[in-house]
Design a protein around this ligand. Structure first.
Ligand code: ADP
Ligand code: MG
Length: 694
C-alpha cells in the first residue's frame, strides 16, 4: 500500500488549481495523469526579470521590470492598428502596445495617473522603447506577486505557459517533507539538498546553471530515480535467487539427434552461448541469463538446445513469444526437430479453448509434454507444469520484469530463465532494464548470409518501385510492403495499409495479401500461412511483422515513409529479408521533406547492418527513453535521469542498491522504510510486492 503521505501527490492532476476538464487532457498528455507527474516535469527555461532599468536606460530586446506612471490611452484608430498607452518615469517616456485588446480590461488595469510595476520585453520601434503586451502588471504594493525569476516549461499544443506554471506551483504546495532515504554522507559530499528542497529548487531556478542536469537539485532527483530503478531490479533479482535452483545436466543424447538433423553447423557464438547456459543450468543457483542476438543470429536453435538439456535431465521446458504469429512460427520451426528427437512439444495460445486446451494442460501437468510453446497465455493461473526446469522468454522487450517472474514461478522450485532479445541493447540500457543479469551475445551471424542491398528513394518514385517489383516477382521473389506508422493507433495504421493494399491489388491482383493489427488472430494466421507457402507474393503490412517473422523466400522489403520509423524498428524490419540463399533488397521510401534526424537514420541504415552499431547510433539520435519505443519496451522510462549522459550516476546507483540490499534485503531498517517510500514515489510498486511485509 502506498504510504498516506504520498496520497496528495497521487491525486489526479485535475485537482490542481486552473486545471479544468479541457486542460486535464492536455496536462495528462504533457506530463501524466497525477500531481506527481507535474513535479517531474522540470523547467526548460528561465526568464530573469531582475533587471530594473529606468526608461532612459532600457535596452532593445531585454526583459525589464519597471516602475512607471500611467499616462494617456490612445485607442486604435482602426482595426489592425494597436492600442497604445503612454507611460513615464522621471527619466523619460515610452509606450505600451496592445493588439486587439479588451478596452475595459485596459481601463481597469492601467488607470490614468496610477503607478504600476510592469514587466516584459523591451523593443525599440523607430528608435523609441516600447513594450508589447507586458507579461505582468502589478500595483506598487504587490511587488512580491511578480515573479522576478520565472521558470518556463516545455509545452504541448494548446496548453499555455501560464497554465502549466500555475498547475506546477499548485503541485509544489503539496510536496511533503519525506524521511531521507539517501545516505547522508553521500548527500553532504555531493552537496545535494533534501528531496523536498530538491523538488522546490528544481522548479525555482535562480540562474541558467540551475537548469542543467548537473545542478545539485536536479542531479539529486535523477539519482533518486536511478536508485529506485536499481533497487526495484535488485529486489526482483534477490527474490529469484532466493528460490533455489535445480542442478540440471542432460546427457546430450537428444541434442545429438537434433544437431545431426540440422542442415548447418552451429556458429562459434551459438556454441559459446550454449556453454554459458549449460554452466548456469548445472549450478545449484537459478539461471537468469539474457541472450542477446541481432535479428537472424540464430537464437531459436540455441533456445531449443537449451530446452533439450532440461528434457534430457527429465524435466520440461517452456518458450514464450510476444505474439501469436511468433508463437506459431516457433512451434512450426521446433516441431519437426522435436519429432526427430522423439519428444513431445505442443502449442498453447489464447485461442485454444475447451477440450483441446484441457488436453494440453493435462499433458503439461502430467509430464506427457516435454516442451510447451505459447504466448502470454502461459502465464495463466490454470497452466501448471509437472516439472518445469527452463523458461525461455523470446523478444523480451515486450514483456515486463513482472511477467518474466510469473512464468519462472510456474516451476515451483526455481525455474531457470533464459531471456532472448533481438534488439541489441547498449550496455547502459542493459543495466537499467535488466540490472546485473548475465549476458550471452550472439555476435556472429550464421555463414553465407548476403548483405541486404539497402536503397533510399523519394516516395514520388513509387511507379519505379512498382516496376522493379514486377521484375522481382517474375524472378520468383516475395515482397514485404510495410506501411507507415501514421499515429500511435492501430486503427489509423490499418487504414493506411488497406489503402496501399487496394492500390497494389489493382496492379498485381490476387497475389497481394494484407495483414495488420486490427485483424483477428485467425485471419492473421491464415494470411501468414498463405505468404509462407508462397500463395501470396506480396504482403502489405503494418509493423505487426516487425518482430521475428521468418520467410526465407521473401527477398524484397519496401518500407513506405521510412522517415517515420525509428532506427531500431527499421533494422528489425530489414531483418525480415536476407534470410535465404538469394540476394535481398530493402527499399526505404521517404517523403521529400526529410528532417535532419530522419536523413541521418536512413544514412546509417545504408551504411551498416550491424545491429549493435545501429543501436548505439539510435541512442545517440533519440536518447535512451525512446530507444525501443517506450510504449512497448518494458524498459523503464526515466522522467528526470538520462541513462546515457549520466551513466556514472547510474553506476553509483547500481552500487548503492547492491549495498543496501546486501545489508537490508527486506528494507526493514529506518533507511529501508524510507527507501520504500522512494519506490512508491517513482511508481515501482511492483518491486515492493517482493518484500516479506510488502
Ligand atoms: P533470430 O535470432 O532472429 O531469432 P533465428 O533463430 O530465427 O534468428 O534464425 C534465423 C535463420 O538462421 C533460421 O532460418 C535458422 O534456421 C538459421 N540458422 C540458425 N543458426 C544457423 C547456423 N549456425 N548456420 C546457418 N543458419 C542458421
Ligand atoms: Mg527469433
Amino acid at each position: 500500500m502506498r504510504p498516506e503521505i504520498l496520497f496528495p501527490l497521487f491525486a489526479p492532476a485535475r485537482s490542481l488549481p486552473g486545471i479544468g476538464p479541457r486542460m486535464e487532457k492536455l496536462v495528462e498528455k504533457l506530463t501524466g495523469p497525477n500531481v506527481v507527474d507535474l513535479l517531474w516535469h522540470l523547467p526548460s527555461g528561465l526568464i530573469d526579470r531582475r533587471e530594473r532599468p529606468k526608461i532612459s536606460e532600457t535596452k532593445d530586446g531585454e526583459i525589464a521590470t519597471m516602475e512607471v506612471t500611467i499616462g494617456l490611452h490612445v485607442p486604435a484608430r482602426r482595426k489592425g492598428l494597436p492600442y497604445r498607452i503612454h507611460i513615464h518615469d522621471e527619466t523619460g517616456e515610452m509606450q505600451l502596445v496592445f493588439f486587439n485588446p479588451r478596452a475595459d480590461y485596459l481601463a481597469r488595469t492601467f488607470p490614468e495617473g496610477a503607478q504600476r510595476i510592469i514587466s516584459g520585453r523591451i523593443d525599440f520601434y523607430q528608435g523609441e522603447p516600447q513594450m508589447t503586451h507586458p507579461d505582468h502588471v502589478v500595483a506598487l504594493d504587490e511587488i512580491e506577486k511578480l515573479p522576478l525569476l520565472e521558470a518556463t516549461y516545455p509545452l504541448t499544443a494548446g496548453l499555455p505557459q501560464k497554465s502549466v506554471q500555475k498547475a506546477v506551483s499548485g503541485a509544489l504546495e503539496r510536496v511533503p517533507e519525506l524521511v531521507e532515504w539517501q545516505d547522508t554522507g553521500w548527500l553532504a559530499k555531493k552537496a545535494y539538498p533534501s528531496w523536498r528542497d530538491a523538488v522546490l529548487q528544481a522548479h525555482r531556478p535562480q540562474s541558467l546553471a540551475d537548469l542543467k542536469p548537473e545542478a545539485p537539485a536536479r542531479e539529486r532527483l535523477a539519482f533518486d530515480e536511478f536508485l529506485s530503478n536499481q533497487l526495484a531490479l535488485g529486489l526482483v533479482r534477490l527474490r529469484m535467487k532466493k528460490l533455489p535452483g535445480r542442478e540440471i545436466a542432460g546427457d546430450g543424447h537428444l541434442r545429438k539427434k537434433v544437431v545431426t538433423a540440422l542442415p548447418f553447423a552451429l556458429t562459434g557464438a551459438q556454441s559459446r552461448a550454449l556453454h554459458d547456459i549449460d554452466d548456469d543450468m548445472r549450478s545449484p543457483h537459478r539461471m537468469l541469463r539474457l541472450l542477446q542476438g541481432d535479428v537472424g543470429s540464430g537464437k531459436t536453435v540455441v533456445a531449443l538446445l537449451a530446452m533439450l538439456n532440461a528434457v534430457e535431465a527429465g524435466y520440461q521446458a517452456a518458450m514464450m513469444a510476444p505474439t501469436e504469429i511468433l508463437a506459431r512460427q516457433h512451434y512450426a520451426a521446433l516441431e519437426p526437430l522435436c519429432a526427430e528427437a522423439g519428444i513431445k512439444i505442443a502449442l498453447l495460445t489464447g485461442r485454444d479453448k475447451g477440450r483441446q486446451r484441457a488436453q494440453i494442460l493435462q499433458d503439461a501437468a502430467t509430464r506427457e509434454l516435454d516442451i510447451l510453446v505459447g504466448t502470454h497465455s502461459l502465464f495463466q493461473a490454470d497452466v501448471a507444469f509437472h516439472a518445469l526446469a527452463l523458461a525461455v522468454v523470446d523478444e523480451q522487450h515486450r514483456f515486463g520484469v513482472h511477467q518474466r517472474l510469473e512464468l519462472s514461478g510456474k516451476g515451483g522450485k526455481g525455474t531457470d530463465v533464459l531471456v532472448m532479445t533481438a534488439t541489441p541493447i547498449p550496455r547502459t540500457l542493459t543495466l537499467t532494464a535488466y540490472g546485473d543479469m548475465e549476458v550471452s551475445k550472439l555476435d556472429e551471424k550464421p555463414p553465407g548470409r548476403k548483405p541486404v542491398d539497402t536503397r533510399a528513394m523519394p516516395l514520388e518514385k513509387l511507379d519505379d518501385v512498382v516496376t522493379a517489383m514486377r521484375r522481382a516477382l517474375e524472378a520468383g521473389a516475395q515482397v514485404y510492403w510495410v506501411c507507415p506508422l501514421v499515429e500511435e493507433s492501430d486503427e489509423v495504421d490499418a487504414a493506411a495499409a488497406e489503402e496501399r493494399y487496394k492500390h497494389l491489388r489493382g496492379i498485381f491482383g490476387d497475389s497481394v495479401a494484407l495483414i495488420h493489427g486490427r485483424m483477428k488472430p485467425a485471419e492473421k494466421d491464415a494470411v501468414m500461412m498463405r505468404f509462407e507457402q508462397g500463395d501470396a507474393r506480396i504482403l502489405v503490412a503494418t509493423t505487426v511483422i516487425e518482430v521475428g517473422v521468418n520467410v526465407p523466400n521473401a527477398t524484397v522489403m519496401v518500407i513506405e515513409h521510412a522517415e517515420r520509423f525509428g532506427l531500431a524498428q527499421l533494422h528489425q524490419l530489414r531483418g525480415r529479408v536476407g534470410r535465404g540463399a538469394e540476394k535481398s533488397t530493402c527499399l526505404l521510401l521517404y517523403a521529400s521533406s526529410l528532417g535532419e534526424t530522419a536523413a541521418a537514420r536512413i544514412r546509417i541504415m545504408r551504411e551498416t547492418e550491424d545491429g549493435f552499431r545501429i543501436a548505439e547510433e539510435d541512442l545517440r539520435l533519440r536518447g535512451a527513453g525512446e530507444l525501443l519505443g517506450t510504449r512497448q519496451s518494458g524498459l523503464p522510462e526515466f522522467r528526470i535521469a538520462d541513462a546515457e549522459s549520466q551513466s556514472d550516476l547510474l553506476a553509483a546507483a547500481y552500487d548503492d542498491a547492491r549495498m543496501i540490499l546486501e545489508r537490508d534485503p527486506e528494507l526493514e531498517t529506518e533507511r529501508g522504510k524510507a527507501l520504500r517510500t522512494l519506490l512508491y514515489l517513482f511508481e515501482r510498486d511492483e518491486a515492493i510486492r517482493y518484500l516479506r511485509s510488502g
